[in-house]
Design a protein around this ligand. Structure first.
Ligand SMILES: CC(C)(COP(=O)(O)OP(=O)(O)OC[C@H]1O[C@@H](n2cnc3c(N)ncnc32)[C@H](O)[C@@H]1OP(=O)(O)O)[C@@H](O)C(=O)NCCC(=O)NCCS
Ligand SMILES: [Zn+2]
Length: 281
């Protein structure tokens, strides 16, 4: 997944911006500002730059709009929340707690959350939306864009893409790579990585079945267990009729936050006292 140096964030912006800024470089009025929420640098005086920032900002923080028809549903969670009543006279908020079946009861809003799988041969809309998210993710991770090929290869299934949708927005994605060879043989790509030093353990080639090529959750939805749910769902849905055990899932060069997730999800404590993460190259 490319280098994981701390400075990787600085190089993550869409190339489009960079070339544009070079053109405008001589202009005194071309002030670069950096958004502290999405960390994008852009020219505040350029209408085009501001529009690009707005789009990137909303995608990075809140995910991308997702049509209800896109993808095949593999998991659904329904949250019912009751509307609160605001009293105009007193200004107090009263939760309305009558039964949903009770006549005249308060309206219930349904916040649907689901996970869908996306196939590259499906409608252009969902593939295009997925590519847009992947561009952002690859930029954020400073990862090569050609690895999109893992999920959008239409001639050979190398992996699968799953998307977490909430309120018609894609707020998280996972791209899974099958580590089996075409003949069903386990590949030799698995390694153990020492969490502290980020070094790979030499001469040990563990058998991991699937690899997480990309995992990403939009900023405002982090730390809610969404990435964990995506990995669990992928384990259950990658091979028909089989649940891949947690310890057979490997990570592709984990980032700082990815490393923390990996250490919670399936890191193992070696007898040396070091934490090892299952990774693949
Ligand atoms: C890594 C990432 C996908 C985690 O998504 P998430 O939905 O926030 O993860 P979860 O809520 O499922 O976290 C699961 C566990 O990992 C830990 N964890 C995840 N990210 C963490 C972070 N940045 N710092 C500390 N702990 C973290 C959580 O503490 C949690 O454990 P807990 O429930 O015991 O507290 C998200 O931070 C992200 O999109 N980062 C940017 C992209 C990236 O780096 N991807 C990883 C590529 S390897
Ligand atoms: Zn921003």
């Amino acid at each position: 997944m490319g280098a994981r140096k701390p400075q990787r964030r600085t190089g993550k912006k869409p190339n489009l911006i960079q070339s544009k800024l070079q053109v405008n470089d001589g202009s005194k009025s071309n002030k670069l500002v950096k958004c502290d929420k999405c960390e994008m640098s852009y020219s505040s005086t350029s209408i085009e730059d501001r529009a690009i920032h707005e789009k990137y900002h909303s995608l990075h923080l809140h995910g991308r709009k997702w049509s209800p028809n896109w993808g095949s549903i593999i998991y659904t969670k329904q949250n019912h929340s009751r509307t609160v009543h605001l009293s105009r006279s007193t200004g107090t908020i009263t939760p309305l707690n009558s039964s949903p079946l009770k006549k005249g009861g308060p309206p219930i809003t349904h916040h649907e959350e689901k996970i869908v799988s996306v196939r590259p041969d499906k409608s252009n809309g969902e593939v295009r939306a997925m590519m847009e998210i992947m561009t952002l993710v690859n930029n954020e991770l400073n990862a090569p864009h050609d690895e999109n090929d893992i999920w959008n290869n239409t001639t050979e299934e190398k992996g699968k893409a799953f998307v977490y949708i909430k309120n018609n927005r894609a707020i998280g994605i996972i791209i899974i790579e099958n580590l089996y060879g075409g003949d069903g043989k386990i590949s030799d790509r698995g390694r153990w990585m020492v969490y502290d030093s980020r070094r790979l353990v030499q001469n040990v080639y563990p058998d991991f079945k699937i690899g997480i090529s990309r995992i990403w959750v939009c900023k405002t939805a982090r730390n809610l267990g969404i990435a964990t749910k995506l990995v669990d769902t992928a384990r259950e849905n990658i091979v028909y009729g089989e649940v891949i055990p947690r310890y057979q899932v490997a990570w592709s060069q984990p980032t700082d936050s990815g490393g923390k997730l990996a250490s919670k999800y399936n890191g193992i404590l070696h007898k040396s006292g070091k934490l090892l993460l299952p990774v693949y190259i």
